[in-house]
Design a binder for this molecule. Structure first.
Ligand SMILES: [Zn+2]
Ligand SMILES: [Zn+2]
Ligand SMILES: [Zn+2]
Length: 368
């Protein structure tokens, strides 16, 4: 009973979402010019609205273009909103929870956004391939065991979906940890991955500010999982969006939410661990390459030592609470030049923080 109600709700939701997305895409003049589609029916199977992701038909490049566009909108939207809240609308109370008391320069934020935009194209190849391999025009091919919640092949119960969900989260997290760790252990991998570490004091824009190879490799499970076991596509995509992007925004936000999850939480990596990763982890020092769970770094012995911890809680213990006087001395960059002055996107950025220290090392500690 619960299962059929869940199925019915999800069916309505997915139909509505896919319909809306396609309507939006096709109504955009630029998309009409780039992709030769003029009406919704042209990219639909049998000229009807797709029931779910598995019913989407069409050219791989159309799927890729649509997914990259959607990815761009959702990534820019979520990161920009959090950036505006924490880095533009700065207050004393928010600053008190910022791990590194300094703010990144507008130039660094610009570079994060540029690398992120480049990365969107590559990080959407694997998800597009997953949809394409399971799409209606490839039904007779046996590459993919993916299915959708409402397709006739869906004979799996709620228990299998729960196991799937836990499997996707655990195995993806293990894979992301392992691949990330390679980037800190082997020189050729580090040469690719080191670009993510240019942002030693990250902002929410740096979640996928990686080079192309890393982008592609990190999204590989989206194609591989459905080739190994039957996977619910909608469940897998939703899990990746929530657990591996939105949690990524939190990890890169530079502020700690210690009243919900403290940096010393025994199971979860928090924004502090990922800040330490950006600031202290370099080649041959793979501190906290894990994403969601601390478990993998605990096994590998690559936790940042507690004795060196300078999370907000430890900063308070050692130096007391940050004061208004310290806050007044902190340089607050004018990030508005990023949307007011178009020339910053191809030229130099003039109002960088005059007090900024080295561009390769972190500045931490309440007293700095
Ligand atoms: Zn990062
Ligand atoms: Zn790293
Ligand atoms: Zn601490």
């Amino acid at each position: 009973m619960a299962s059929s109600y869940y199925s019915y709700s999800m069916q309505l939701l997915s139909q509505q979402v896919i319909d809306d997305v396609l309507t939006i895409l096709i109504s955009i003049r630029a998309v009409k010019i780039i992709i030769p589609i003029h009406t919704k029916e042209f990219i639909m199977l049998d000229h009807s609205i797709p029931q779910d992701m598995c019913s989407i038909s069409g050219n791989f490049f159309v799927i890729w273009g649509a997914l990259a566009f959607l990815g761009l909108v959702s990534i820019l939207g979520s990161s920009a909103w959090i950036f505006q809240w924490l880095f533009v609308d700065v207050t004393f109370e928010k600053w008190q929870r910022k791990t590194n008391p300094e703010y990144p320069t507008p130039k660094k934020v610009r570079d994060e956004i540029v690398l992120m935009l480049k990365g969107v194209a590559f990080s959407t190849i694997c998800p597009s391939l997953a949809i394409y391999l399971r799409s209606s025009n490839n039904r007779n091919l046996s590459f993919s065991q993916a299915y959708c919640t409402f397709s006739e092949e869906n004979v799996y119960g709620i228990q299998y979906h729960l196991i799937q969900f836990m499997g996707i989260v655990l195995l993806s997290d293990l894979y992301e940890w392992f691949y990330h760790r390679l980037g800190h252990i082997y020189k050729p991998f580090w040469e690719v991955h080191r670009h993510h570490h240019i942002f030693f004091n990250p902002s929410p824009f740096s979640v996928i500010s990686d080079e192309f190879v890393d982008q592609f490799a990190r999204s590989l499970p989206l194609v591989v999982f459905p080739m190994l076991v039957p996977i619910n596509m909608e469940l897998m995509f939703a899990t990746y969006a929530v657990f591996f992007y939105f949690y990524g925004v939190y990890l890169h936000c530079g502020h700690e939410v210690d009243w919900i999850v403290d940096a010393h939480h025994p199971i979860l990596n928090t924004s502090y661990q990922h800040y330490v990763h950006h600031a202290k982890s370099v080649f041959k020092k793979p501190y906290h390459t894990g994403f969601f769970f601390k478990l993998w770094d605990q096994w590998a012995g690559s936790l940042y030592p507690d004795s060196k911890c300078d999370c907000i809680t430890c900063q308070r213990r050692q130096h007391g609470k940050r004061t208004q006087e310290q806050y007044k001395k902190v340089f607050k960059p004018d990030y508005s030049i990023l949307w007011k002055d178009a020339s910053v996107w191809w030229g130099s950025v003039k109002n960088d923080n005059p007090h900024a220290k080295s561009t390769t090392t972190a500045t931490t500690g309440a007293s700095s």
